[in-house]
Structures are given as C-alpha cells and as structure tokens.
Design a protein around this ligand. Structure first.
Ligand code: GAL
Length: 729
C-alpha cells in the first residue's frame, strides 16, 4: 500500500554551496517551509537572498520498503534544485513555483542512514521563468513549501488523477476520472479498479486493466455518481466538496488507494459576463503575491489559509488572481473550502525567453494544470506570461496544452493593451486607464487596475488614502455597469517587497488595499463594504477625524464605507444628521459608500468632539463606530490571529500590534518603538524592537517542537504593557 509522510522536519541547512565533506556542525537544524534568509520587512537588497545554499537530511527509512518504490515530493523550492541521494545525482529541477519529485529507490539504503542533499540555487537565473529581465516581485529563496516521502507499490496510481464532471446543472451529472497506472515492475500486471463516491461504490463499465511492464497505462472512467440525496453543487456560500476514492486491486488485495476532493459546478465566462452554476456573478477581486514580510515565501499552511480567509471574509472578494505564478496548495485548498474563486497563472512577467525558456514555461503550464485541475475554486488558467507581447507560436502551444490537459476550463492570458492577438477563451486585460475601457474582445475580464497609478502607504495623508479607496470603488462601480465586463480584479491585495526598479524608496510596492502585514488601508474598506449585510454589517469611516490633515483643511467629504442603508452621525452627543449611500456617484455598486458633504462648518462648532456613526439596516441600528476627537494614543493593542499552534517546528501565526485611540482606531502618524518579550516554547519572527510607522504592524509567532504555554509582552513608551497568551500543542 501507499504511505505518504510529511518530510519537513529534521533538515540541516547552510547558506553556502557545501560539498559532502562539510561536517554537519557547519549546518543549522531547520524545519520546512524554510526561507534561506530572514530579512527585515523592508530596506533590504534583493541580492541578500540570491545565493546557492545547501540542504541536507539524514534519515533512516521511517517504514520498511517491502518492495515498494520510494519517492520524494517537493511542493516548491526557489528557484533551481539539484538533488542527490547518498552521493548519486538524481537530477535538477528548474523552476520555483511548481512541484517536482524524484524516485529515490535505486540508491536507497534499506537499513541504516541515507543522506539527501539539495543544492538550491536561489539566484535570478535568466534561463528560468520569470527571469531573463527584472520583474516586479521577489522570488525569495528556500525550500519554501512542504516536502513528502511517498511509498508506492511498483504498480501504482500516478499523481495525475483528474476528476471532472459533465452536466453539472442537471440532476444526473456524470463523473469522469482520468489517471495513469504506472508499472515500474518488470512484469506485466493485471489490476482491478474500484471507485467510491462519498463512501458509496460506483458502477464502472470496465474495471480490469492490463499494464505492460515498465509502462504507463492511462485509464478513463465515466459513471453516474451514486447520489443518495439531491446533488449539492459547489457554490460560494456552500462550497460543498465530494470525495472520490480510487482503489487499485491485485486480485482481491488492495494495493493502492488515492483520495481526492472535487465539486460539481459550472463556471463560464460568456460574452456578457461570468456565470457560476448558470447564474451571473459580478467578479470582484484582488491580486495576491505569495510573499510575506521577514519570511519571504516560506509561509506554513496556517498563514496560507489565513490569506484566503482575509481575501474572502475581510475584503469581501469573490475571486483572487494568483499573480504571477501557481501558489501554495494550502492556499488553493482553502479557496475550495471557503468558496473563493481563483484565476491561476504560469510564472513570468513581461518577458519571453528563448526556445529552452519557453520549454520550461510549457512544462509549467502542464505542472500547474495537472497539480490543480481538481480545485473547484479555479475557474480560469492564465497561459500567457503576464503582460508579455504577442507570440503566436508560443501561445498557440500554451493554449493547446491547457485545453488538452483540462477540457473543462477556459484559458486567459494577461495583456495590457486592447488589441493584442486573442488566442485564449477569455480576454484578460490589465486596465490602468483609471477608467473601464470598452472591450475589443469578449468574454472580457479586468485582471488589474490602480496599482502603480496610485501607490498609497498606511501613513499617507488622509486625502490620498481616501482617493486610493475611491479609485477602487469607482472602477468596481464602472466594471459592474459594463455589460461586457465580467468583473475587475484590482492591483492588489497586499503591499509587497520588490526590486528597486518598481518599489518605493524602501523597495516595497505600496499597491495593496492592505499593507504588507495584511492590515487594512481605507481601500480595503471599499471591498469589505460590499459584503452581504446578511453575513455581517460593515461600517468604516475613511477619516482620521482631524481638522488639519487634508489640503485646505477639514474632512469634506467624509467618506464612509458601509453596507448599511442609512447612517446617523453624532459629534459628542449631538445628532448631526442621517445619511443615505451615494447612489449618484456609485449607482452600480450594491453598497455605495456614503459621501457626507458640508461638514466644514460643523467642525467649527463641534471641534474635538468624538465622532459616532451608527449604521441602520431596515430601520434598526446594527453597527457603530466611534473615533476619538482628541487623537491621542490611548493604548497598545496586541493580538495573535490564533490562540493555538502546532508544535511542528514550522507553524506560525500573525501577531498584530497597533497604537490606537480610546475607541481602538489606529493612529496613522504614530512613529514609536514597540519592544517584545516572549516566554515559552516559541519564537518571534520579525524586527524586535519594531519602529512602528502608520500605527500598525505585525510579527509572527513561530512554534518550536515543544508543547506549552507562551506569553508575549509588548511595551512602548507612555502606554500600558500589552500581553497575549497562546498554547503550543
Ligand atoms: C502591472 C503588473 C503587475 C504590477 C502592477 C503594478 O503592470 O502586471 O505585476 O507590477 O503593474 O501596478
């Protein structure tokens, strides 16, 4: 039978190109996912992570082989990995975003110690996408995703299981399964296949297959799923997944089993918009880079899942684009689980290399689609290099390959001009006109807007922060109005570290609606306020409530992002008025922002009084926000996203800190040092002390291998010490 073991623990690491003679003492013990260097959150040189490092793992086989083949599966290492077992070269994998495996069997020591070595080249290799030219993101080094050890029988189910469905909208959809049985033995094999659907056996037309020695046999099954109740489709509100189990039998003996989840859903971009399960859905989303402060891309499962949760639940998006490469399996799995649509694309950025480079890119198309085609959340494959020029030969091949590997999904290819050659199914377009241009081809989807047109920092002046937010709301409004535009995916969700060619002075692209710590700017509220009021009420004033922050003074207009029908405004105890959403400026947004004008006078009468906003739905007060009139730091806020971590040596949670007024609003102009102490079996990742800017930031708490209680204390001058506790289990 098959065994799959997480192989993240017990690695040795040196930031050097070390040969086998180098003693283990020169290495440090690490657990994957791992960043080849920890960095500050900004102001570093990207050369700092560009070097060749060496990972080593000594291991005895955790289970007896019993005739099975043993593979090592890497989910991602940046950017080229040369792998050796016991001194034998297994091969090199060129590419940092797609998975790769090696068969270890022939060089394994069955008993006794094995030495696995990975030489990891994390330089910007011009022969590997996205490089060849500079790109607007960083490809931090490290074996930054999970690694598994996999035992399989010589005749086994390969990794390419593809489950797809037909007639999803009918009561009797069909399920199809395509996969390969690999025969690595020296004799011909006859195997039986059985399939189980949510634990129920399925009726197959054929269940016995012949597999020649040393060859692969592709198997295509089709059946009506044994449904005991009415079909549950995968929707954004009820992202229900079914489970398929494929069993491989030798006579009556089960020799392999693979389990996969999938969903019934129909996703279609049409000339007049996007349809999920036959219903039109206006797509509203953001782009996500996979990088984080301090740890580069080496974020464990919990942080990956948190990003998906933030995009769906905090930012109210229904789609995310994994710009500009395939992202973590944990992130994608979470998108399936919570009902967040995904547009996934191949690695690259504006540049197309030579034949060999294009060969790697085609391999990436295949690796991405084979890895991810069972995710119901994925509705579009990006098979062009983001914003590259037309290349008929190359993109004809990427499109053909995508369609061959996945006949169920449409392709897109992101370009930045309106008259490029349309070889894909969906014209995916970056519209930086600060408007919504009329499509030249349909179906049409806007995959980026804003970004470099209006970078905004968390400590920028109120009028810039408000304008940044309004630009997002305005484009979403226009995109919703346009009968041929399927939706708009803004640039971007989170600020990110980048090359100096693109970033601000500190090499951050301040293009996020949230900052690099995933904490909101006002623009985040433009998205959050579109959340269905039945899910939760939202009310966020885009103001710091001061007289003198904007040019010419005042707070006119006061913009409030909310999904309420009405808002009452008080200064102190005085009711100023009741307001309605600004349907004039934003007629197409489901929940237009409120723009309250004529407050200049009011400020004169009520200066320094606290602001109180009360949101009403159906005549009932459902939410309120207060902002202090005194603008004074009242406390140091400290909170961890999770109260429990796993003692696996890699688990992490975000530790958010803010300097806030008496009602908990961050104070954007606070520059203060915050110092941290930690007690217990965990460590803090990030700058400590941290010189806060913009009133908010975050570190990460990382678990060790020991269980126990952890306490973190934060101090800053003139405010009370803040404390949080966590349990490592
Ligand atoms: C686009 C590009 C993105 C990002 C963005 C900034 O042209 O596709 O990766 O650089 O600009 O606005």
């Amino acid at each position: 039978m098959r065994t799959k073991l997480l192989f993240n623990d017990g690695w040795l690491y040196t930031p050097k190109d070390a040969n086998t003679n180098r003693p283990d003492q020169d290495f440090e013990a690490v657990t994957l996912p791992h960043a080849n260097i920890l960095l500050p959150h900004h102001n570093f040189d990207n050369a700092e992570y560009q070097f060749v490092s060496t990972y080593r793992k000594r291991f005895t086989l955790p289970e007896a082989r019993n005739g099975r083949r043993v593979y090592i599966d890497f989910e991602g290492a940046m950017i080229a990995s040369t792998v050796y077992l016991n001194g034998h070269l297994l091969g090199e994998y060129e590419g940092g975003f797609t998975p790769f495996s090696f068969d270890l069997t022939d060089y394994l020591h069955e008993t006794g110690e094995n030495l696995l070595t990975v030489k990891l080249d994390s330089t910007e290799r011009p022969d590997i996408p996205p490089y060849g030219r500079v790109v607007d993101y960083l490809t931090f080094g490290g074996i930054y995703r999970d690694v598994y050890l996999r035992y399989v029988e010589p005749v086994h189910i390969a990794n390419d299981v593809f489950i797809y469905t037909e007639g999803d909208l009918s009561d009797q959809p069909a399920v199809r399964i395509d996969f390969t049985v690999k025969n690595q033995s020296e004799s011909h094999a006859e195997r039986k296949v059985s399939v189980w659907f949510n634990g129920e056996p399925c009726d197959l037309q054929q269940n016995t297959f012949q597999v020649q020695a040393g060859s692969d046999q592709s198997i295509n099954l089709q059946f009506a799923p044994p449904l005991s109740e009415t079909l549950r489709r995968w929707t954004l509100d009820d992202p229900y997944m079914y489970t398929i189990e494929i069993k491989l039998l030798d006579g009556e003996t089960e020799v392999d089993r693979k389990q996969k989840q999938f969903g019934f859903r129909e996703a279609q971009f049409r000339d007049n918009g996007f349809y999920l399960n036959g219903e039109k859905l206006q797509l509203r989303g953001l782009n996500r880079h996979q990088t984080y402060p301090y740890i580069g891309a080496a974020a464990p499962r919990r942080l990956q899942e948190k990003d998906a949760d933030i995009i769906k639940y905090e930012l109210g998006c229904n789609i995310v684009r994994t710009s500009h490469y395939p992202q973590s399996p944990h992130f994608l799995r979470r998108c399936d689980e919570i009902g967040l649509l995904v547009f996934e694309e191949i690695p690259g950025w504006q540049f197309i290399g030579d034949e060999d480079w294009q060969g790697i890119s085609l391999r990436d198309v295949e690796a991405m689609i084979v890895r991810d085609r069972n995710h119901p959340s994925i509705v579009l494959w990006g098979v062009r290099i983001n914003e590259s020029l037309d290349n008929t030969a190359f993109y004809t091949r990427t499109n053909e390959l995508a369609h061959k590997l996945d006949p169920t999904r449409q392709t897109g290819g992101v370009r930045f001009w309106l008259h490029s050659e349309f070889l894909e199914d969906v014209y995916t377009f970056n519209d930086f006109s600060n408007n919504v241009q009329d499509p030249t081809h349909t179906p049409h989807l806007i995959c980026e807007f804003n970004g470099h047109m209006y970078p905004t920092k968390i400590w920028d002046q109120e009028e810039r922060a408000v304008e940044h937010a309004i630009r997002h709301a305005r484009i979403q409004n226009l995109a919703t109005a346009h009968p041929q535009v399927s939706g708009a995916i803004g640039w971007c969700a989170f600020d990110y570290n980048t090359h100096r060619e693109f970033g601000s002075g500190d090499h951050i692209c301040y293009h996020g609606v949230s900052d690099i710590f995933r904490l909101p700017k006002f623009a985040a509220y433009a998205y959050e306020s579109q959340i269905d009021p039945a899910v939760r009420p939202v009310l966020r004033a885009a103001t710091y409530w001061t007289m003198g922050d904007r040019s010419e003074g005042g707070i006119d207009p006061l913009v409030i992002f909310s999904n309420c029908d009405e808002i009452e405004m008080f200064t102190g105890d005085t009711l100023v008025d009741r307001y309605q959403p600004d349907r004039e400026q934003f007629p197409h947004l489901e929940h237009p922002p409120f723009s309250i004008k004529g407050l200049q006078l009011l400020w004169g009468q009520h200066k320094f009084e606290d602001l109180r906003l009360v949101g009403y739905m159906g005549g009932e007060a459902v939410i309120e926000q207060q902002i202090a009139g005194d603008g004074m730091p009242a406390s140091l806020y400290l909170a961890a996203d999770d109260d429990t971590l796993d003692a696996d040596g890699a688990d992490m949670t975000r530790l958010v800190f803010k300097i806030v007024d008496k009602f908990g609003n961050r104070l954007p102009y606070t520059n203060q040092v915050v110092s941290f102490e930690i007690e217990g079996p965990a460590e803090l990742i990030g700058e400590n002390p941290f010189a806060i800017m913009g009133g908010q930031a975050a570190l990460y708490v990382k678990a060790g291998h020991e269980a126990g209680a952890v306490t973190i204390r934060a101090t800053t001058p003139r405010l009370e010490t803040a404390e949080v506790s966590l349990t490592i289990r």
